[in-house]
Design a protein around this ligand. Structure first.
Ligand code: C5P
Length: 287
C-alpha cells in the first residue's frame, strides 16, 4: 500500500452510568452503560515507511509490540480485509491517561481502524468496522462510533443517544491503578446494592436536561473498590461537588473520577484544587 502520512484523533470517554447485569456464557459480563465522548484526545500519526508494523509513544511503559491495542487493531483490520497495511509506523502522542477507565487504548484502536478503512479504500461500513473492533476490545465498537450512546451486551450493542448537553468536564485520575479483570471478578463476589437509573439518564438526555443526567451519574464498580481506593474516589467526588459540579462519578473500571459543570469558572477552580494533588487532572468539554 502506498499512502501519504496521516493523522487521527482518539477521544477519551466517560461513563455517565455503568451497570453490570450478570455473567455471560463466554465469561464476559452483560453490561448497560451510557457513555459520552470528551475532548481529551491522543493524536495518532501514521507513516508508511520502514519495515513491518511498529507502534511508538512517549509513555515508556506502554507496550510497543502487538499487545498494544493500536497494533492489535491494525492486525485485525489486515486479517479481516486482506489488505496490506505494512510498512506502517503508528506514532501516538498520548494525553489520555493509561489504564484509567477512559478508554484510551480502545480509542487508539478505533482511530487506527477508522484511518485504515479510509486510506486502504476498503470502505467498510461503520457496522463492519465495529465487528472488527469487537475482536480487539469490548469498548472499541463504541469508540469507533463516538458521541453519546447506550452500550449493552459486552459493550458492542450500541444505541446512539442525543448528545450530552454542552458542559465542562473535570477528569481526575487518582495515583493508583485498578485491574479491569480483577474488578469484574470482585463484582461477581458481591451483591450489587445500588444500581444506576439507566432509563432515567436516557430520558434526561432525550430531554436535554443536564442536571437530570448529572444527578443520576452512577457506576456499580465504585462500590467494590478496596476501602482505601473508595475513600480516595469519594474524596475526589466531594471536591468536585463542593466546587460546583452538578454531579460526579467514576468512569469505567476506574480509577478516574469526573464531574460535570455548567459553569466554566467552577470547573477551573475544581481543576486547580485537584491538580495540586493529582498530576493526571484534566479540564475538558463534551465533544
Ligand atoms: O474486552 P476487553 O479486552 O476490553 O475486556 C477486558 C477485560 O474486562 C476482560 O478480560 C474481562 O475480564 C472484562 N470484561 C468483562 N465483560 C465485559 C467487558 C470486559 O468481563 N463486557
Amino acid at each position: 500500500m502506498s499512502a501519504p502520512e496521516g493523522r487521527e484523533l482518539a477521544y477519551a470517554k466517560i461513563n455517565l452510568s455503568l451497570d453490570v447485569l450478570g455473567v455471560r456464557e463466554d465469561g464476559y459480563h452483560e453490561l448497560a452503560m451510557v457513555m459520552a465522548t470528551v475532548d481529551l484526545a491522543d493524536t495518532l500519526i501514521f507513516r508508511h515507511e520502514g519495515e513491518g508494523l511498529r507502534v511508538e509513544s512517549q509513555v515508556s511503559f506502554l507496550p510497543t509490540d502487538r499487545t498494544n491495542l493500536a497494533a492489535a487493531a491494525a492486525i485485525a483490520f489486515q486479517k479481516a480485509t486482506g489488505r496490506t497495511i505494512e510498512p506502517l509506523m503508528i506514532q501516538m502522542d498520548k494525553h489520555i491517561p493509561v489504564c484509567a477507565g477512559t478508554a484510551g487504548g480502545s480509542s487508539d484502536a478505533a482511530a487506527v481502524l477508522r484511518y485504515l478503512n479510509r486510506v486502504t479504500g476498503a470502505e467498510l461500513s461503520l457496522q463492519e468496522l465495529q465487528t472488527i473492533g469487537e475482536r480487539v476490545g469490548s469498548d472499541v465498537p463504541y469508540c469507533i462510533m463516538g458521541g453519546t450512546a447506550l452500550a449493552e451486551g459486552r459493550g458492542e450493542r450500541l444505541t446512539a443517544l442525543p448528545p450530552l448537553p454542552q458542559c465542562a468536564v473535570v477528569l481526575c485520575k487518582p495515583n493508583f491503578s485498578v485491574s479491569t479483570p480483577a474488578l469484574f471478578a470482585q463484582i461477581d463476589r458481591c451483591k450489587i446494592r445500588r444500581r444506576p437509573d439507566t432509563n432515567g439518564i436516557v430520558a434526561a438526555l432525550q430531554a436535554q436536561d443536564l442536571q437530570g443526567v448529572a444527578r443520576r451519574l452512577y457506576n456499580v464498580f465504585e462500590d467494590v473498590l478496596l476501602v482505601r481506593q473508595k475513600r480516595t474516589v469519594e474524596s475526589i467526588k466531594n471536591t468536585l461537588v463542593n466546587q460546583g459540579a452538578l454531579g460526579a462519578a467514576m468512569t469505567g473500571t476506574g480509577p478516574t473520577v469526573f464531574g460535570l459543570f455548567s459553569e466554566v469558572t467552577a470547573a477551573e477552580a475544581a481543576y486547580k484544587e485537584l491538580a495540586e494533588y493529582y498530576p493526571n487532572t484534566f479540564l475538558c468539554h463534551t465533544v
